[in-house]
Design a protein around this ligand. Structure first.
Ligand SMILES: [Fe+2]
Length: 409
């Protein structure tokens, strides 16, 4: 990955280096309106590379929106991809690349049990990812997330070949984000890092039959820990600043770095309970209109859907690794409790949520107690994620976590 203010001006040079002569630029209408994609397109064309612009990626991608991007890539015979945007544009480029390189129905590639979990037989075309939000870390991961409204489920496609070839992380590209977007994406970063750091240690998991069967999410390990710990430290230090003042270039720059670092960490270790609960929170009802986001369709911003169950989840996992929970709390808040215990990390997270204007809990996102069975059923479908929780998590445990998360204060 390449990091620095103004680094996105290198986009053309990077694609030329990768041997691409015609590239599909994937973005969404909101990001296109900032003018950044156009500037990047010009930088690419200046290197003599043809650019076909696809500015229809959906904020919460679906099978249909992915298919639309695939059709476009095939029609224009894209030799490579450049994604400019948040996780949804990067993920759309990942899937367009996957399916146009190895044609098959998108559903064949979706993670089981929802899809068939088909593996691509060989590497994909070059993909240069240029994030404009400091959140998903998708530029560093092997996963693309999608919503399947008919099944009321959010799931993903994951394979190591989906990881972009190169990322350019340019802090100058996040300057137009609203405080609400910075809050949600930043809390997602904190959760990626905390969940990864607290995931089941890789050597406590069963050895797969063959390397081919080893999942992308392998559990916490000494390499991922380095990235996750640094992302937690940066998140604790800079997220409040980045939310409070959109012009704080240093704060935004460090949050962007934190997002990518957390992506490297969770791309190897994995995320678990808060992300498993976040999927049904985002996909069961589509009624919440988030403040600070475009008003074209109601949805729950990903970071807010994740953070609302984090305090209860980490209270539940505390006894699996008390020292590591305290370590996470101290990375986020170096002056946190002198007398640490199960409530230390949940309290540090609640305080951060309050300071950056996060919703109080699942109820504020439009759910009542009557929705708990549906949310629970959706979370239970995320076995790929729950498998890396630091301790076994069953239906009753998840019900308690979701119930306790209806309101966090
Ligand atoms: Fe996330």
């Amino acid at each position: 990955m390449k990091f620095g203010r103004g680094a996105s001006a290198d986009a053309g040079w990077e694609l030329k280096r990768l041997g691409v002569r015609r590239v599909m630029l994937v973005t969404d209408p909101g990001v296109a309106a900032t003018g950044y994609p156009e500037r990047i397109q010009k930088a690419i064309e200046a290197e003599g590379i043809d650019v076909v612009l696809y500015d229809r990626s959906r904020v919460e991608p679906t099978i249909d929106s992915f298919q639309d991007a695939v059709d476009f890539a095939l029609e224009h015979e894209a030799e490579g991809f450049v994604s400019v945007g948040g996780g949804s544009s990067i993920d759309t480029a990942k899937v367009a690349n996957l399916v146009c390189t190895h044609p098959a129905p998108v559903m064949d590639y979706v993670n089981p049990p929802v899809g068939a979990g088909r593996k691509p037989p060989s590497p994909l075309k070059p993909h240069l990812a240029i994030p404009t939000t400091s959140g998903t870390g998708s530029e560093a991961t092997t996963v693309a997330v999608l919503d399947i409204p008919e099944l009321k489920v959010k799931t993903g496609i994951s394979h190591r070949y989906l990881r972009p070839t190169q990322a350019i992380v340019d802090p100058d590209l996040t300057r137009t984000l609203s405080p609400e977007v910075t809050s949600s994406t930043g809390l997602d970063v904190v959760c990626h890092a905390a969940e990864s750091f607290l995931s089941k240690p890789f050597d406590a998991r069963e050895r797969p039959e063959s390397p081919d069967d080893r999942p992308p999410y392998q559990g916490s390990n000494p390499v991922a820990d380095v990235w996750s710990a640094k992302a937690l430290e940066l998140g604790g230090r800079y997220l409040r600043r980045a939310v409070a003042d959109g012009g704080d270039v240093e704060g935004r720059g460090f949050m962007m770095l934190a997002a990518t670092m957390a992506g490297v960490g969770f791309g190897s270790a994995g995320v678990h309970i808060p992300h498993a609960c976040a999927y049904p929170i985002a996909s069961t009802r589509h009624e919440y209109q988030p403040p600070g986001y475009p008003e074209d369709h109601p949805f729950v911003p990903h970071g807010h859907s994740v953070i609302v169950t984090a305090p209860a989840a980490f209270r539940f996992t505390y006894d699996a690794a008390p020292e590591r929970h305290i370590h996470v709390a101290r990375l986020l808040a170096p002056d946190s409790s002198a007398d640490p215990g199960p409530e230390t990390l949940p309290e540090v997270i609640r305080q951060l949520m309050k300071d950056v204007g996060a919703p109080r809990g699942v109820a504020e996102l439009g759910y009542s107690e009557d929705d708990i069975p549906d949310l629970l059923a959706g979370a239970l479908k995320q076995q790929r994620l729950l498998a890396v929780a630091p301790k076994a998590v069953g239906e009753d445990d998840l019900r308690l976590i979701i119930t306790a998360s209806m309101t966090n204060w």
